[in-house]
Design a binder for this molecule. Sequence first.
Ligand code: BES
Ligand code: ZN
Ligand code: ZN
Length: 490
Amino acid sequence: MMLHLKSADLKKQKMDILTVPVCEDKDLHEDPLIKEVIDKALKLDEFSGKKDESVILYDLPHIMARRVMLAGLGKYEKLNRETLRKMAGRTVKSCIAKEFATLWIALPAADRMNLEPSAGVVALLEGAYLGNHIFQKYRGDKKKKPLKQINLLTSRQTAGKFKHLCSKVATICEGTQLAREWISTPANDKTPEKFARSIAGLARKERLKVQVINEAQLKQRKLGALLAVAAGSQSKPSLVILEHKVPGAKKTVALVGKGVTFDSGGLNIKTGGYMADMKSDMSGAAAVAATLVTASRLKQKINLIGAIPIVENMLSGQATRPGDIIKSYTGKTVEIGNTDAEGRLILADAMAYAIKKYKPQITIDLATLTGACVIALGDHIAGVFSDDDELAGAITAAGEITHERCWRLPLPEDYKELLKSDFADINNMPSSRYGGAITAALFLAEFVDKTRWAHIDIAGPAYIKKDNAYCGPGGTGFGVRLLMEVLERI
Ligand code: BES
Ligand code: ZN
Ligand code: ZN
């Protein structure tokens, strides 16, 4: 799909639909024709510009557009990036339902978005682009057609000034869509072999350096924690390493993503509804892989390592048992108190490996790690853990921009008690149910040495059961726009 910023003469330009965002308490548009339409609607008491309200007017005089849709934004002082994204996403969805191919959205005047004008433009483009994504590769019938083109209507001068943002937004949101596609794909179609091949294939095409460390090599290199999780599955594990290098870059950042293609819980099998959406337990991996692809496409000026451990957590005669003790890559022994606490095991090895081999200045991991984090922060907010105030601050600030909200939680030293094992160096299962997101993060902290590190628990926001303004049901792609924004700040 194409994004554009364009000027056009409303009297002459044919359009299926023009969407006009309207605030209830402020005039956002300068164009006299648009103002006239808004006045008309406001006078009719049909529409007042309240948030989420909309009205469609047909065949207006002087305007060639077949329909003009007024879309309410609510109060001007509450106007922000997310209101604009949502409005654009909803509009796109309604246009897809009506089977249009092109949508125009009237861009508010540059000084009337309650934001830096470029931020307003970006938000509208993002909402529109993300709202246009539909996961439907398993649909034989009733396939919907995404829009082919979305134009922000503005003056020639403004169009010239912000045109360059279109391709940048499209590339980043394409990354989010890619992560969504991977996450929503069912586990039978993304066994660890298939998922690793899918990442490696695309990454090579995008000129990243790719290494797929296979099972035999993992054994040789002693990534025992990763291998212990993979033991019960028919499917072979791997550690995919992606490298994005640019000449003259000062920093290397390692991004690590949990890639459990399905989490049955293992022998500590999950019960009832808890297993249902566990195809999404690779959302961290999807976000990291998509971020590396995106960084490569944009020639981002930073060196990146993507370390993506990929396994399936299943049960069989070969599966790791509760009570087993395994040796991790660092040499630390781990008692497997619970086979369902598998994410921390594969991350421990992947992070230790990436840190040892590539010596990044900063490491960030993304993982659907704990149900406890969802209990703490709900479905829509990720937990951030770091001893590094600057890094944690960069992540939460980036999340406010992209509306991938992150909330910092503590890493209290004394809670490490809860991970003590009677027989091994550490237990993967805490001795208390309480503070589960924290104890999981503390477990990871034992494997990152002294590198600057942050952990983001995305168990809540990675996946949604019901669609929202600019995302369908399934994987949300949470983390891709966030990480791209973080990379600009560190
Ligand atoms: N993949 C799950 C965490 C999860 C839960 C993700 C809900 C998304 C939604 C993880 O591997 C897990 O099972 N964690 C256990 C840890 C416990 C056994 C210490 C949990 O959260 O219950
Ligand atoms: Zn689990
Ligand atoms: Zn898991």
